[in-house]
Design a binder for this molecule. Structure first.
Ligand code: NAP
Length: 304
């Protein structure tokens, strides 16, 4: 059986390391502060935001949620972001995506002060990542590096293949792996013969958004497989096929009416990988842990 890279364990480790840093900030002035802007009532976004606020509460980080209606204009949202930029007790600003169609998302993300950009999405911070300068790193990619390092997976000199080139996951994780001295190949929907490229990977990162697309034929025997995907299956027959008719999984499907699966086939990965991240319980828990890390680091920087 391959080794499980346990995201819940690593998240708890990171949170317990953050607690004394938060206490030190409190004792010298004030707790770190995170403002979350949640526009409208997207159910997925509401769950993400609730979990982020809960993590703040657990760590003693001050948090504030601003909930404009989904009819908000770009100008009105810009005014909210500018107000948060000016508030001294706010160290991190997170604008939960996706935003309504009428809002210019790029303008909003550009308006967040780079000093308070705890998502690491601002072009200044993307530039810092590429140049290897200090600054907040995008949360999910930073979490992947933590999982690898704390899981004792060597990165330097390894061949890493990243499937997906999004600004949120694929590009930043590729850059972080490069900084850790992996030899990195980035693949996408136009990559020919994806299977052979993936089979060269010592570390294979799947950030695609396609349920169980990465089957055994894509995985070199013994590779470390990082599954970023979170795809909800609501077709029972598809769930049965992907989970090899696992009675436990089908029971869970019947209870909830759906199942979450990653981008990697959950049965094949057990046969081929040397280590892997399960879905759920792998990469997912790290995203919020790294958001907390970025918020604390921003507060420390701003406190001088
Ligand atoms: P995205 O913006 O939709 O990007 C998907 C990437 O996959 C694109 O670069 C696309 O290529 C590539 N792709 C799509 N189909 C492909 C195919 N058949 N062969 C090869 N490449 C293909 O997605 P994302 O935001 O990076 O997210 C990816 C997945 O990670 C999603 O399931 C998302 O829910 C999940 N996610 C999880 C977390 C977490 O905390 N666990 C955080 C973020 C995202 P092109 O560029 O050519 O279109």
């Amino acid at each position: 059986m391959p080794r499980i890279l346990d995201g819940n364990r690593v998240r708890d480790e990171i949170k317990s390391e953050l607690k004394p840093r938060v206490q030190a900030l409190v004792s010298t002035g004030r707790p770190p502060g995170l403002a979350v802007v949640l526009v409208g009532h997207d159910p997925g976004s509401e769950i993400y935001v609730r979990n982020k606020i809960k993590a703040c509460h657990d760590l003693g980080i001050f948090s504030e949620t601003i909930t404009p209606t989904d009819s908000i204009t770009t100008e009105e949202l810009l005014a909210i972001v500018n107000g948060l930029n000016a508030r001294p007790e706010i160290d991190g600003i997170l604008v939960q995506l996706p935003l309504p169609r009428q809002v210019d998302t790029k303008r909003i993300l550009l308006a967040v002060s780079p000093r308070k950009d705890v998502d690491g999405f601002h072009p200044c911070n993307v530039g810092a990542l590429v140049a290897g300068l200090p600054g907040p790193r995008a949360c999910t990619p930073a979490g992947i590096i933590e999982l690898l390092k704390r899981g004792g997976i060597p990165i330097a000199g390894q061949r890493a293949v990243v499937v997906g080139r999004s600004d949120i996951v694929g590009k930043p994780v590729s850059m972080l792996l490069l900084h850790e001295h992996a030899t990195v190949t980035i693949c996408h929907s136009k990559t020919p013969d994806l299977k052979s490229v993936c089979r060269e990977a010592d570390i294979l990162v799947a950030a695609i958004g396609r349920a169980a697309m990465i089957t055994g034929e894509y995985i070199k025997q013994g590779a470390t497989v990082i599954d970023v995907g979170t795809n909800r299956l609501s077709d029972r027959a598809e769930a049965a096929r992907i989970f090899g008719n696992s009675p436990e999984k089908l029971e869970s499907f019947d209870k909830r009416g759906s199942l979450v699966v990653g981008d990697v086939n959950p049965v094949d990965v057990l046969e081929r990988a040397g280590a892997y991240t399960p879905v759920p319980g792998g990469v997912g828990p790290l995203t919020i842990a790294m958001l907390m890390t970025n918020t604390v680091a921003s507060a420390e920087r701003r406190a001088g």
